[in-house]
Structures are given as C-alpha cells and as structure tokens.
Ligand binder design. Structure first.
Ligand SMILES: Nc1ncnc2c1ncn2[C@@H]1O[C@H](COP(=O)(O)OP(=O)(O)OP(=O)(O)O)[C@@H](O)[C@H]1O
Ligand SMILES: [Mg+2]
Length: 490
C-alpha cells in the first residue's frame, strides 16, 4: 500500500471514528434531556410508535381528561381512583391528584412525595416533561381543571425516570471520558502505525547513509514494502552497489599505479646497478685486458639497450593506458598483410632456425579495419615471446587464418615450453611474467602482452592465450570485419 493511500485511509478513520463516538454520546445526551428513552417514540412517525405502554398511557391520560370534563365528581371519587390502580401498574405509572395545593390522592409509591414540588397549577402538558421532585426525577403528564366549587385540581401521571436518568447521569462522564480515551487511542494508534511504517525504513536509510559516510560500502539494505520509501530504498541500494563498484575500480587503478611505480623502479634499477658495476670494473682496472674491457663494454651496451627497450615499452604502455596514442585505422586485408610481414621476417627467422608455417583459405574475406603500425607491434610482441622463450633446436611457428561472417581469427602457435596453468589468467596483466621465465637470460619487462592486448582492444577485437606445458603456446587474435564505418575512417 502506498504512503499516500495509507495517509488517506488514516485520515478517513480519524474523521469517521470520532463521528461514530460523537453519535453515541449525542444519543446518550438526548436521553438525559428527554428524561426517558421511551419518550423518544414521540419523535418517531406513528407507524414506528409501537410502544404499547405509551399508547395505553396516552389512552388513560385522555380518558382521565375526558372524565374531568364529563364527570369530575366520579373522577374525584376514591373508588374510581382506586380502580385505576391495575391499569396504572401495567404501564408502570403513578397517579397524583392535587386539590388546592393539597394532596388529594396518590398511588402508594408516590405517597411520600411533597406536592409542593410538583409543577404549579396551569402548566398543563400532555407530553411527558422531566421534573425533579424531591430526590427523584419523574416524567410527568399534567392536566389542570376546576371543580364546580372552584377548586383547582391538578392531575399528574408520573413515571419514575430516575433509573434511566441516574444511569445516564452517572455514566455520562464515564462515557464521555471513554469517548475521549477511544478518540485519543484511535488517533494515537493510527498515528503510531502509519508513522512506524514510514519512520522505520527512513531510519534504516539513515543508518545505511551513516555507514556509507564512514566508508563502509558493504552495509546492504532491502526494501520492506513497495511504496515510495521502498522505491527510494531500492535506488539507495543500487547507488551503494554502484559506489562500491566504482570504489573498487578506483582502488584497482590506485594499486596499479603503485605497482607500476614499484616495477619501473625495480626494472630500471637492475640494469643501472650492473652498468655501474661494469663501469667500476673498467675504472678500477678489474678489466685489465683489452678482451675483458671489450666484453665489459658490450655488456654495458646490452644493458643500456634493455633499458632503452624498457623505457620505450613503458612510454607506449602509459600512453595507451591514458588513451593518448592516435590510431589510424584503415582497410587492411590481413591475409596479404601477414604474407608481407612474414616475408620481411623470413631472413631473420631462418637465421634463428625457425620453421614458419602459414595457413589460410584463399576464399575467405580477411578485410578488417586496422592500424598497420600498431598491429605490427602486436605481432612483434607475440613472435618475440615465441622466439625468446623457445629453447628447442627445431623451432616451429604456425600461423593460421580463419574468416567468419563477423570476424577474422589469427592463431599464432609455437612449440615452446608453454605456460603453467596457474599463470595463464594473468599473462596479459602489466609486468606479469611467468615465474620460470623470470631469468636473466630472457630479459623483459612483462609489458609486451599487455601492450598487445590494449592495441587489440582499441581495434574492438579480442586476444586470448592457450598454452600446454612442454607442447607450446597459441595466441588467438579476433578482429571484427565491420567495427568502423567507411566514413569514420575516411
Ligand atoms: N610464447 C610463449 N612461451 C612461453 N612463455 C610465454 C610466451 N609468451 C609469453 N610468455 C610468458 O608470459 C610472460 C609475459 O609476456 P610479456 O610479453 O607480456 O612480457 P615479457 O616477454 O616478459 O617482457 P617484454 O615482452 O615486455 O619484453 C612472459 O614473461 C613469459 O613468462
Ligand atoms: Mg614479451
């Protein structure tokens, strides 16, 4: 249920409950003012006036009234009055007759009443009015008439209204109090439940926000309801996940940066230390023969070349990382491109005793959009690895081309030592070098494949590695045919 609906219902209840309670109170007040609930039938239409007592009461009153006109002497006779006792008892009413301010006749239960307290002569009423007589309250019908001798006679039909009256008078304050209590309780409970359903999730959000403020991005919250606050909670939770994700990425960048600095310092320090050592050897006369000196100088040259290569790679790596290397994409037929590339390389490869096997189907479409120079860098890094880590006499390099509707696949496989399974997931990471190859003989910074990956990703392509120890390593490059539109490259 939405908060809007809940508040609307609660407001309706806050209005209807007091109305119901007010109606009950009004009903009770009516009784207090009319004196007798039975008198309420006077306000009802005749058809509803079913009260037998009321009818008989009226009949009797009218009969007495008539008698007072037709035969007042008989009315005033004790026998006649006594004869009325039975009828009066059935309608729960007493009769009092006052003659010239003195009690003339009274039914037994009214005997102790003081006639002076009864309404004065001339205030005749045929409806019951509520009168307090002594301690008691009566609903009274009064008829006044004169006798022939001029005596003033008042006839009272009286019903004791005290029980009702007393009941209402005693309980009215309690009922009123109860009404107020119910009113307060209803409003209180409604306010409590409505506010609880709103405040609880708000508090939950407050706690979550507090945790996030203090850097704890693991504090997760779930929406209890699907109302407006529930939706806010859901969005808050999504924001937390997003924040956590970007924090993780930021941390990863931070770690990478630190690692990069550590690796650069290490990889530059190592050749500089040995260069320093060899120069000291020459300066201090350790290299005392021309041959020794020549060997020292050659080593210094090799180390300086290593450093040059490392700085080159670092420079390219950081430029690629920052997205500052411009790419010049053009339509390239990879089949022709690779044929030329290996032809250029064939002399060097033959010198290193490498057998190159290049396979492709002439029918396929091998056109992709590529940056020729950058792609050459990728191939060089892969092939250099194959040659660098291969310790076999008969070195083999097998290049296979496949073309599908969407991509061109280039597989470059060697018969080198392979890479252990636990290293393959990290092989494209910057500065990562498989442990066994971390030796002085091969050299290298661990940047070659990460540079290759960055270049291929810039081509919207993919690079993968599969390797089996002792069998060899195969690198697969997938380049899409239609990454860039013709217009984009023109
Ligand atoms: N063909 C391969 N055969 C065996 N191991 C390989 C081969 N290619 C890559 N590796 C392993 O993967 C690691 C990462 O290669 P990568 O080219 O990124 O770095 P590197 O060759 O060590 O240094 P760099 O290429 O920057 O001079 C290498 O150190 C090596 O252990
Ligand atoms: Mg390499």
């Amino acid at each position: 249920m939405s908060i809007k609906l809940r508040l609307t219902l609660s407001n309706i209840a806050m209005i209807t409950v007091p109305i119901i309670l007010f109606s009950i109170t009004s009903f009770l007040l009516l009784i207090v003012f009319l004196g007798d609930i039975r008198e309420m039938t006077n306000f009802l239409p005749e058809s509803h006036n079913y009260h037998k007592t009321k009818q008989e009461d009226t009949i009797l009153f009218l009969a007495l009234k008539e008698k007072s006109v037709v035969n007042p002497d008989e009315l005033m006779s004790q026998e006649y009055l006594q004869s009325l006792n039975g009828d009066l008892a059935t309608i729960d009413t007493g009769l009092m007759i006052r003659k010239n301010d003195k009690l003339y006749y009274s039914t037994p239960e009214l005997k102790k009443l003081n006639t002076k307290e009864l309404p004065v002569f001339g205030t005749e009423t045929s409806f019951r009015s509520l009168e307090k007589v002594g301690e008691q309250t009566f609903a009274i019908k009064q008829h006044d008439f004169f006798l022939k001798d001029g005596s003033k006679v008042s006839l009272f039909l009286m019903r004791d209204a005290s029980p009702w009256n007393k009941f209402v008078r005693t309980f009215f304050p309690i009922l009123l109090g109860l009404c107020l209590l119910i009113l307060i309780a209803t409003n209180g409970l409604l306010a409590y439940f409505v506010s609880k359903s709103i405040i609880k999730p708000i508090n939950q959000l407050k706690t979550a926000a507090h945790f996030i403020k203090n850097g704890n991005l693991d504090y997760s919250i779930t929406a209890i309801r699907n109302d407006e606050i529930g939706q806010l909670t859901q969005s808050f939770e999504e924001m937390r996940i997003q924040l956590k994700e970007s924090y993780k990425i930021q941390k990863q960048y931070e770690d990478n940066r630190k690692e990069l600095i550590a690796h650069i310092s290490h990889d530059l320090k190592t050749p500089i230390t040995s260069i320093k050592g060899y120069i000291e050897g020459i300066r201090d006369g350790v290299a005392d023969t021309p041959e020794k000196r020549a060997r020292y100088v050659q080593t210094i040259y090799t180390k300086a070349m290593d450093m040059d290569h490392l700085i080159d790679e670092l420079f390219l790596f950081s430029k690629l990382d920052l997205g500052k290397v411009p790419f010049e994409f053009e339509k390239v037929d990879i089949k022709d491109y690779l044929t030329d590339y290996f032809e250029e390389l064939s002399f060097d490869l033959r010198k290193q005793n490498v057998d190159v096997n290049f396979q492709f189907s002439t029918l396929g479409n091998y056109v992709v959009f590529a940056d020729r120079e950058k792609f050459k860098r990728v191939l060089a890094n892969i092939i250099n690895n194959s040659l660098k880590y291969m310790e076999k006499d008969k070195k083999e390099l097998k290049i296979t081309l496949h073309s599908t509707d969407k991509n061109v696949e280039i597989l470059i496989a060697d018969n080198g030592p392979g890479i252990p399974d636990d290293s393959t997931p990290f092989i494209f990471n910057q500065f990562y070098r498989a442990e066994q190859s971390r030796n002085k003989l091969t050299g290298g910074s661990g940047l070659g494949l990460s540079i290759a990956k960055m270049i291929i990703e810039e081509h919207n392509g993919e690079i993968k590695l599969e390797s089996t120890l002792m069998i060899g390593t195969c690198i697969t490059i997938i380049l899409p045919h239609n990454t860039f539109s013709e217009e984009a490259t023109s």
